[in-house]
Ligand binder design. Structure first.
Ligand code: IP8
Length: 253
């Protein structure tokens, strides 16, 4: 296992999900300051799309796939989420973090909605140089469907497993996974059936909180636990302190 860390920033904390690609610059600046304050050694940032990608993906039915001659949605969706990626990288760099954007469309391939290849050797090399790669949920070419949407959570799972990263944190707009309004401190696969997990009100083509937990349980099956917490606790997570959120883990941890 490596000492590197993955920090996932949910789309709902970076954008106003009720408006078309409205970037929340204030939230972005606060997060960037927390990352800069923590020292940036060995961090990969993954972010979601929020209102910069989900509405476009839905409009062009990319959750179903893409057909020959009908590919505008691939361009439009990738452009929307790449614009958000630029804003995240810029905010981090303004705080002195050596951030650099990496686009999954360019380095990943999927089949039936799941990544089957994602080049990650360059991420390792960036980390060794003290850089902070910033990757994001994206539209990716799909061997069966033409194209598909790969969520930031799927990327977290893939990259954490590929690089053997054991500290994985997901910052969201809620204090953790909520069951009837209360934070569930620990989730394992066995506990899942007894929980009542709500869904997002806004357009989300990748499954909302339920999709997130499915990815993280898959990661836990591979021996890598993860933490879901409120965005105001990013500094606590990076410092290895208690964050008041949810731990997703295997039965044995
Ligand atoms: O917000 C979705 O990523 P997510 C990516 O992490 C696009 O689910 C382009 C809709």
């Amino acid at each position: 296992m490596s000492d590197w860390v993955i920090l996932k920033l949910g789309g709902s904390i970076l954008t106003d999900k009720s408006a078309d690609c409205a970037i929340n610059r204030e939230s972005l600046d606060t997060i960037a300051a927390a990352v800069a304050g923590a020292g940036t050694d060995g961090i990969i940032i993954v972010h979601g799309a929020g209102s910069c990608g989900h509405p476009e993906a839905k409009r062009y039915h990319l959750d179903v796939g893409a057909e020959s001659g009908k590919t505008d949605g691939i361009y439009v969706t990738h452009r929307a989420v790449s614009g958000l990626n630029d804003a995240v990288v810029t905010a981090l760099r303004e705080k002195g973090v050596a951030a650099i954007g990496v686009h999954p469309l360019h380095v990943g391939v999927a089949d039936n909605g799941r990544l089957v290849a994602f080049e990650s050797r360059h991420l390792e090399q960036m980390l060794r140089l003290g850089m902070v790669p910033v990757i994001h949920g994206d539209v990716v070419m799909d061997l069966s469907r033409g194209a598909c949407i790969v969520s930031g959570d799927q990327l977290v799972r893939y990259v954490a497993a590929a690089l053997k990263i054991r500290r994985v944190g997901l910052a969201t707009d809620v204090p953790g996974v909520l069951d009837e309004g209360r934070v569930v401190p620990v989730i394992t696969r066995r506990m899942l059936e007894s929980l009542h997990i709500g869904d997002s009100k806004h357009t989300d083509v990748t499954g909302g909180m339920r999709g997130k937990i499915d990815e993280l349980l898959g990661l836990a099956d591979a021996g890598i636990g993860s933490d879901i917490f409120h965005v105001s606790r990013v500094a606590d997570f990076l410092a290895g302190a208690a964050h008041g959120g949810t731990r997703v883990r295997g039965e044995e941890e």
